[in-house]
Each structure stands twice: as C-alpha cells, then as structure tokens.
Ligand binder design. Structure first.
Ligand code: LMR
Length: 395
C-alpha cells in the first residue's frame, strides 16, 4: 500500500530548523523558526509559567479528559485579554471560545466552522502570509485568494494595494488578517489603516478572521489588539485564532483557542458546537497542561503581573536587537536598513534573493527561510557579528 506513496519534501520552516540542527558547521546560526531565544541562545521557560506549573503539579488530582471546549479559566482569561471588557459587554452572550492545540488548531477549527456555515465565499490571505495558513484553511475545502500586502521596495505595507484588492471582497468572503507582528514580514498596519479596513468590512460585509499569534510582541498586550477590536466593533461576525505559544512561551504545550463572535447567543452556541464537533472528528479534545497554566497566570494578579513584565522585557530586547542589527548592516553597507527597527515582532525580510539565502546557508551556516525571512529573536551578542558579516558578504 505504501509502495507508491510519494515522499514529501520537508516543511519549509520546520525542515530548515532540522537541517540547521544537523549541520556540523561550528559557526552555524539558526534564524529560521519563530521561537524567542535569550542571550544564551536558549528558548526560556517564563518564570510565571514555572510557578504556575509547580502549583499545578502539586495540586493536580486527575488526568481525566478536560471538557471538549477546554479549560474554562483559560478560555475566560484569554477571551478577556483579547477582546477586553468593553467589547465583551457589548457582545455579551454572542461569543464562543473553544480551546485548541495551538494557534494552528484554532485556524483549522475556525476554517472548519466557516466551511460548515456554507457561506461559499473565498478566503483572502495576505501576500505573503505564513505558509501554513494555506494548507490549514485550504484542506477544509475553502478556496483561497490573495490580497497585496507587503511591498519589498519600501519594506512596508502596500496599503493602497491592499485596499484596492480588498475592494473585491464581498459578503460571504472571509479576509484573514494578522492581528499584529505580521508573519513573515513584520510590517503591520497603523491604527488609522486598521480603521479603514474595519470600515471596509462593515460596508462590504466580508467576515474578518484574525490570526493572533504574537499578542504582546508588538507594541504591548493592549495595543496589539487595536485592529482586532476595531474589526469586532464594526462587524457582526468575526473568527479569531489565538495562541499562547509565543507570549507565554508554551510552544510545545500546544495552547491556543478559537473565538467566534456572532450576532447573538444562538449563533455563539452554533459556532461552539460546530467547533467542538470538528475537534472530535480530528483529535477529540485539547491537551490540558498548557491551558491550565495559562488560565492560572491570567487569573492570579501576582502571576499575571510577573508574566507581563517578562513578556515586556522580551519585547524590548527584540526591539533593541532590531535597532542594533539594522545599524550594523547600515554601517557596513551604506544601505538603509532602518526598516528592521520599524517592523514588529519576531520577523523581518532581509530583502535577499533565494540564491543569496541558499548561499548563506551552504557557505556560512547561516539559516534563514528561502524568502530571507529571519527570526530577529534568535540574534544575540555572540552571533550578531557573524550574522552581519555573513549578510554583508552576499550583498
Ligand atoms: C514560524 O513561522 O516560524 C512559527 O510560527 C513556527 C511555525 O510553526 O511555523
């Protein structure tokens, strides 16, 4: 049966991280996968997570399944963190939240519910977008199309192109936005641009779907959901896919949730039931560990404060790496790399060709995606010189 089964190429992100791990070059540097690395080159466990985890280990009395919709403290804490008290009050009873295995699980369940709704429209994704969006959404049978987003010439958002393209999005269509810290470009909309987009959604009737994987890594926990909240405030129905992989460092615990904002309580019940039924078909119910930890952090004032302070420190460090890296590239080449400091979150494109990215990989052991997306959060004072020298060598 398996004789003719094709062997698939490795994943464009996970495969490169594995290739870097296997590389014996002592000077190798991995700037591929979006994981926050500290000065020592390690992905740290948040101290708030350690404390919540310790308490959980001591108090846990069962490993029985959690309910299909997930851990309630987690769902309540995250829904509040993302939507905020005002929106929750104005959309009272019309919000359903379902815990998922990471943000991927949330995108998939969101797509499953959208497909089940029979809207029949297209899903618009930014050009470019995180590559996994395509199979996650496409595999449920929804048709995808692209809207212009990133302009390699200006290293920023091509907002006019985005607006022109989205003028074609109509009722029944879904438009996927990155809530903050656009992956792969790091180029985000400003507040005014979010308002324009929210107005378009209201007038044209398309349904926003928001992938929120980096809340807290842009301008702050509240600021990073400005656009999301504008969309929810202006449209009757919104799907949100959120993750605690990055902002609580719970990557391997697969901790995420899908939020469905509908018109009323019946719609909330319908979306929740569809999402849990889809989960049952695919993986039954979500894992408990990460969500219980996140729920504890969000519901304990002291832990929550500590977590926020740790997250803020990580974000500040990434921003100072952005400035440092951009300045050094600029000093070495005379070219303008100021855009690196302007962009948000973990990623930026360096603007290199695929050939240059491959050459850096083979000649210098410097791993970035073929698109020249780098994870700025993997830079540190020990690898910065190496990375700058390597990049300059191919420019
Ligand atoms: C990334 O884009 O590197 C991260 O979101 C990790 C992943 O799963 O691809």
């Amino acid at each position: 049966m398996f004789d003719h089964l094709p062997i698939l190429p490795p994943d464009s992100i996970l495969g490169l991280a594995a290739a870097c791990r296997a590389d014996t070059n002592p000077n190798k540097v991995d700037l591929t996968i979006g994981i926050y690395m500290d000065e020592a080159g390690l992905c740290p466990v948040f101290d708030a997570v350690k404390q919540a985890q310790r308490a959980l280990v001591d108090e846990e009395i069962t490993k029985a399944y959690i309910p299909p919709q997930g851990d309630q403290a987690f769902l309540d804490g995250m829904t509040d963190l993302i939507l905020g008290a005002d929106l929750l009050a104005s959309r009272k009873g019309a919000v359903a939240a379902v815990q998922t295995p990471g943000g991927c699980g949330a995108v998939r369940l969101g797509a499953e519910v959208l497909k089940a709704s029979g809207a029949g429209g297209k899903v618009w994704v930014s050009d470019p977008t995180w590559p996994v969006h395509i199979p996650l959404i496409g595999s449920v049978g929804l048709e995808l199309t692209q809207y212009r987003y990133y302009d390699p010439g200006t290293h920023g958002v091509n907002f006019q192109g985005m607006v022109d393209d989205l003028t074609g999005a109509q009722k029944g269509d879904i438009v996927l936005f990155h809530g903050c810290c656009h992956n792969p470009s790091g180029a985000d909309l400003n507040a005014e641009q979010w308002q324009v987009v929210a107005q378009m959604a209201a007038e044209q009737g398309f349904t926003p779907m928001i992938d929120l994987a980096y809340q807290g890594f842009g301008d702050g926990l509240e600021q990073d959901v400005f656009g999301l909240r504008a969309l929810v405030d202006n449209t009757p129905e919104v799907v949100i896919a959120a993750s605690c992989s990055k902002n609580m460092g719970l990557y391997r615990e697969r901790t995420g949730l899908a939020i469905f904002v509908g018109q009323d309580a019946r719609a909330a019940q319908a979306t929740g039931s569809q999402a849990t039924a889809a989960a049952r078909r695919i993986y039954s119910m979500p894992p408990a560990h990460g969500a219980i930890i996140a729920g504890r952090i969000l519901s304990d004032a002291k832990l929550r404060q500590e977590w926020q302070a740790e997250l803020t420190a990580m974000c500040r460090r990434i921003n100072s790496l952005r400035v440092d890296f951009g300045d050094r590239l600029q000093a070495a080449t005379g070219r303008d790399f100021g855009f690196i400091a302007e962009e948000k979150g973990m990623f930026s494109f360096l603007g290199l060709s695929k050939e240059q990215a491959l050459q850096l990989r083979s000649d210098k052991g410097l791993y970035m995606l073929d698109s020249s997306r780098i994870n700025v959060a993997s830079l540190n004072s020990s690898n910065l010189d190496k990375v700058v020298d390597a990049v300059v060598s191919v420019l």
